[in-house]
Design a protein around this ligand. Structure first.
Ligand SMILES: [Zn+2]
Length: 136
């Protein structure tokens, strides 16, 4: 059966979705290394209330000393994948396939819009303080 999977190149960092069989390993179009499959997204994603309420900056999302360390890991992960996190972003870890996944950053000004967008993009329902169904 053919399904959509996310792959990453362990050598050059290329990432994309491929439509292929489960036992297939596509090759990186950039450097021809065998791609590594990323963990698949659960069929249902939950987001917590704290994310949709009152967290207006990335920094306020990661309080304290532990928070600072986590934030650093997330920011470095994002930069390695070509995304520069903005102070006004929120990080929605439910959507992250690895720490700092660029797609897990959304504007803190519009969590509803971002979560609905991700629900559509991943074609999965998202549950939290509200529920979001994928729209095509
Ligand atoms: Zn590559």
């Amino acid at each position: 059966m053919y399904k959509r999977y996310d792959y990453e190149c362990p050598k050059c960092g290329f990432r994309d979705e491929f439509f292929c069989r489960e036992d297939e390993t596509p090759e990186c179009p950039e450097c021809h290394t065998s791609l590594r499959r990323l963990p698949s997204v659960p069929a249902v994603i939950g987001v917590t209330e704290s994310l949709t309420h009152g967290r207006h900056t990335l920094e306020s999302q990661f309080p304290g000393k532990d928070g600072q360390n986590q934030l650093q890991i997330v920011v470095e992960g994002a930069r390695r994948h070509g995304y520069e996190p903005k102070a006004t972003d929120n990080y929605y870890s439910s959507f992250a396939r690895f720490p700092g996944d660029p797609r897990a950053f959304g504007p803190s000004s519009d969590p509803d819009g971002y979560i609905q967008h991700m629900s559509n993009k991943l074609n999965v329902p998202v549950y939290g303080i509200k529920s979001y169904k994928p729209k095509r």
